[in-house]
Ligand binder design. Structure first.
Ligand code: HEC
Length: 196
């Protein structure tokens, strides 16, 4: 019985509170695409055209390679952003979310969705893909590849570069030898079944 009184009070309270905030909703404001009577020229919408000569300060406007991965010599072989540990970690996180379901965490193309019937993509450790420039990966995400849809609407350019950088690191990680590791760090590695 006590519980049902409490419950009724809760309903009453939520009904009372639900009318809060309407004042802010109803305040005078310009809605997008509404007529703008205060504008004198022919364009009467609230969404105003940019004044003449305005230049976007977004990175891609001054650096097309950043958006397209294209250079006059073909697909970019270098990243247009500095490669830091932070970028690689962001790339790993985004790769695990967006790509691993099909390409697998290690990039061999046997992700869970493929195990459930999606066509199997080539392994990122295939010699052809190991030789592909970093721009190749950015381009596949941006424009899609065969049966793989484009990720342009879901992954912003910065993250596409971070993922592309991570894939190159993933390829190196699966094909590295001890001599690739700085000498000072070699002792911290356990080399199974091998003597140096
Ligand atoms: C839903 C499954 C799926 C997801 C998720 C996915 N891919 Fe793919 N990907 C594929 C398939 C399938 C192919 C092969 C398509 C074909 O050959 O028609 C492919 C092909 C590719 C290729 C070209 C490989 C080649 O053979 O040259 C690249 C590069 C690639 N994907 C990168 C990515 C990246 C990076 C992500 C994450 C942002 C991603 N893919 C997410 C399924 C997926």
């Amino acid at each position: 019985m006590k519980a049902s009184i409490g419950f009724s009070l809760l309903i009453l309270l939520s009904l009372l509170l639900s009318s809060c905030g309407m004042n802010m909703y109803d305040q005078p404001k310009a809605n997008l695409y509404a007529a703008a009577p205060y504008v004198k020229d022919k364009v009467v919408g609230t969404a105003r055209p940019l004044p003449e000569g305005v230049v976007s300060r977004e990175r891609g406007a001054v650096d097309p390679t950043f958006y397209t991965a294209l250079t006059p010599e073909g697909l970019a072989t270098d990243l247009p952003i500095p490669v830091t540990m932070e970028v690689l970690e962001r790339g790993q996180e985004r790769y695990n979310i967006y790509c691993s379901p099909c390409h697998n965490f290690n990039g061999n193309g046997l992700g869970m969705i493929v195990q459930k019937g999606m066509p199997q993509p080539a392994s990122f450790h295939d010699p052809r893909l190991r030789a592909s420039p970093v721009g190749y990966y950015y381009n596949a995400m941006t424009n899609g590849f065969g049966r793989m849809f484009s990720y342009a609407s879901r992954i912003p350019p910065e993250d596409r570069w971070a993922i592309a950088a991570y894939i190159k690191a993933l390829q190196l990680s699966q094909n590295a030898s001890l001599s690739d590791v700085p000498e000072s760090l070699r002792d911290s590695l356990e080399v199974q079944g091998a003597s140096r």
